[in-house]
Design a protein around this ligand. Structure first.
Ligand SMILES: *Cc1c(COP(=O)(O)O)cnc(C)c1O
Length: 364
């Protein structure tokens, strides 16, 4: 392999959205509703390896009805963001961590592994091409969605030989309508998200498909999100459908479930552990049961809880409901430690605080 930066062909479209219309769309982008002008794509073929890397007009894919992804769900994805910096430049946040996780998701799903430098180069090329789409409002960013599908034409059950990797970009505002308000979460005690030996640690669409019924049940119960318990004992808290979870105690310590293979290793989770320790707080990666959570919230031993992930950043949890549980965290409002950690993370991502850990990947 050459040490040179991978080459990505850029084919700018002639019919891009007009600047005035783009500015109008960026006023109130919502989440995942608006998409930029271009996309990045790279193909894999066993004889040619990774080839045809390019940024082109965002358009439909032509897929053969026998493409393996449509039948056996070989699909993985990533979620990351480009942020506008105070000097007008832009930055990615820990893209090397997304590139590594994308490879390990691919390995788990028996898919071709995209080299990390090619992953980062493709994301960079798309963000540079569509840089006018990065919103500058506080809390807004350009959400990036790298993903990969199995494209071999076959119906036999086997790993696909061919893949299509792509990156699309979507300007986003705050994830939850209402911004930083605390959310109510539903305890799913009948549906589980991931079992030991399964795909819980891979970022694959299949995990999401399996969580939608629980999410719909939570919504019917008036909840914003679902918290999943472990599949073996139905007792240990794992994570939300797309976010990791943290607990804050009256003694100032924090706890989050350990990465034992059924939980997605969140980059926000990892960053917050580091930032909390920088602040001198103790963070334990240890199992925590749903009954203990209720008992500690009721006794006042636990004072705050929050969910975290790239899309929603840090989201305070105010209330927890389930068939056998009902409790309020603290006074049901965002807590001080939660707010402090969220501000610390966002200040780094937005270039307002020193990047001590070298997490920013500036695009210049
Ligand atoms: C993406 C994801 C997360 C959060 O990961 P980040 O890297 O922090 O965005 C948590 N849980 C699941 C199931 C996810 O898919």
């Amino acid at each position: 392999m050459s040490q040179d930066k991978p080459t990505i062909l850029i084919e700018r479209r002639a019919d891009a959205v007009a600047p005035a219309e783009r500015e109008r769309l960026l006023q109130d982008p919502g989440f995942g509703r608006i998409f930029t002008d271009h996309m990045a794509t790279i193909r894999f073929h066993p004889e040619r390896g990774w080839h045809d890397a390019k940024v082109v007009a965002r358009s439909e894919f032509a897929l053969n009805p026998s493409a393996l992804v449509l039948h056996y769900a070989q699909e993985i994805f990533e979620g990351m963001k480009a942020y506008r910096l105070p000097d007008g430049g832009a930055t990615l946040f820990r893209p090397d961590a997304n590139a590594r996780r994308f490879r390990s998701s691919a390995a788990r799903m028996a898919m071709a592994e995209l080299p990390e430098d090619l992953f980062i180069a493709s994301v960079e090329a798309l963000v540079r091409t569509d840089s006018d789409w990065i919103p500058s409002a506080d809390g807004a960013s350009l959400y990036l969605r790298p993903f990969m599908i199995a494209t071999e034409v076959a119906l036999g059950t086997k790993p696909s030989a061919e893949y299509l990797y792509a990156v699309i970009a979507s300007p986003v505002g705050a994830y939850f309508k209402g911004g930083a308000a605390a959310v109510t979460i539903w305890v799913s005690d009948n549906y589980t998200r991931a079992a030991p030996g399964g795909t819980g640690a891979a970022k694959c669409g299949g995990n999401y498909a399996a969580s939608l019924q629980a999410q719909a049940e939570g919504a019917r119960e008036g909840c914003d999100q679902v918290v999943f318990l472990d599949a073996v004992e139905r007792r240990w808290i794992e994570e939300l459908g797309g976010m990791n979870v943290f607990f804050v105690f009256a003694d100032g310590s924090l706890q989050t479930p350990p990465l034992t293979g059924t939980i997605l290793p969140g980059i926000t989770r990892d960053s917050l552990i580091t930032l909390a320790r920088d602040m001198g707080l103790t963070v334990r990666e240890e199992p925590y049961s749903i009954d203990q959570w209720q008992a500690d919230a009721k006794s006042g031993k636990l004072t705050e809880s929050f969910a975290c992930g790239t899309a929603a950043v840090v989201t305070p949890i105010g209330h927890v409901k389930g068939r056998k549980h009902a409790f309020t965290i603290g006074d049901g409002k965002p807590g001080a430690v939660t707010e402090r950690l969220k501000a610390a993370l966002q200040d780094i991502q937005r270039g307002r605080a020193e990047d001590k850990h070298g997490w920013l990947h500036k695009l210049g």
